[in-house]
Design a protein around this ligand. Structure first.
Ligand SMILES: Nc1ncnc2c1ncn2[C@@H]1O[C@H](COP(=O)(O)OP(=O)(O)O)[C@@H](O)[C@H]1O
Ligand SMILES: [Mg+2]
Length: 259
């Protein structure tokens, strides 16, 4: 990480209302390129809504989102994906009856580079073979190369989630937003997924993740932004955040509310 490099993502004074409810309230933070950046906070803090606004599913009520220095507030998800801002979902969005390879090939086409490729390469068949080659390369990268012909439905949970990451990577992201990538995973799957997240980052992709698994968050992230009640509570390294009394208080407070 280059400490004074320009942020790839900058959220400035973001506010999002749902009727009378302030889901995000004057929330600001920055994400530096090449980092794994965590966003944590108690249930209902506004983490998923923040991802929804950054990725264009919801427009901000006020404030702005800068991506690579450009104000992209209110742009559509598809337009942001073309710029390399990709968001994955909690739970899987794979085509279960399709093969592993076909799921990643579809991801390659979704990258909106298909039109670009066909102009360069000419025929559809060339585009297909380029997509296949790229998909195979990504599957190998994720250690899924022996499963290419397998119907996706046959894959165990951990492999399905890895495949979800492979599909996201097929879209050539620069910034990937992962919402709870470790949910429902056993410790072995979590360990493997952590390795994959690091590999993706080492490939030059900036990763921002929302996650409840504190061990995973602390183990992966360089910087952690903590939100509560829709706004910034604190920010720092895993060490700083772990020891911060306001963070402990926020989690304990929310646990006692939940009880
Ligand atoms: N589409 C929506 N309509 C109304 N309220 C919403 C909507 N999405 C989220 N909220 C509310 O916004 C608050 C923040 O939710 P969310 O971003 O899902 O929190 P987190 O992901 O941190 O658990 C919650 O009170 C939630 O009920
Ligand atoms: Mg959430």
């Amino acid at each position: 990480m280059v400490p004074d490099s320009k942020p790839i993502l900058e959220v400035q004074n973001l506010t999002r209302r749902f009727g009378g409810l302030l889901a995000i309230n004057d929330f600001s933070f920055k994400v530096l390129p090449g980092t794994i950046h965590g966003l944590i906070g108690p249930n209902g803090a506004g983490k998923t809504t923040t991802f929804n606004v950054i990725s264009g599913f919801y427009a901000p009520t006020s404030g702005q989102v800068l991506y690579e220095g450009e104000n992209v507030s209110g742009r559509k998800t598809s337009a942001l994906a073309e710029l390399g801002l990709i968001r994955t979902f909690q739970g899987t969005t794979l085509f279960q009856e399709f093969s592993v390879l076909d799921n990643v090939r579809i991801g390659c086409h979704r990258s909106a580079k298909a039109g670009f490729l066909s102009r360069i390469l000419g025929t559809d068949r060339d585009v297909e073979s380029a997509a296949t080659a790229k998909a195979l390369e990504i599957l190998e990268f994720f250690g899924l190369q022996d499963l290419t012909g397998e119907p996706t439905v046959n894959l165990p949970h951990g492999h399905q989630r890895a495949l979800g990451m492979a599909v996201a990577l097929a879209a050539d992201p620069k910034l990937i937003l992962l919402d709870e990538p470790f949910t429902g995973m056993n410790p072995e799957e979590t360990g493997r997924m952590m390795e994959l997240v690091r590999l993706v980052r080492d490939r030059g992709v900036t990763v921002m993740l929302v996650e409840h698994d504190m061990q995973a968050v602390m183990g992966l992230c360089e910087t952690i932004t903590v939100m509560n009640f829709g706004t910034l509570l604190t920010e720092g390294t895993p060490e700083q955040v772990r020891k911060d009394p306001v963070v402990i208080e926020a989690y304990l407070g929310s646990a006692s509310h939940a009880a």
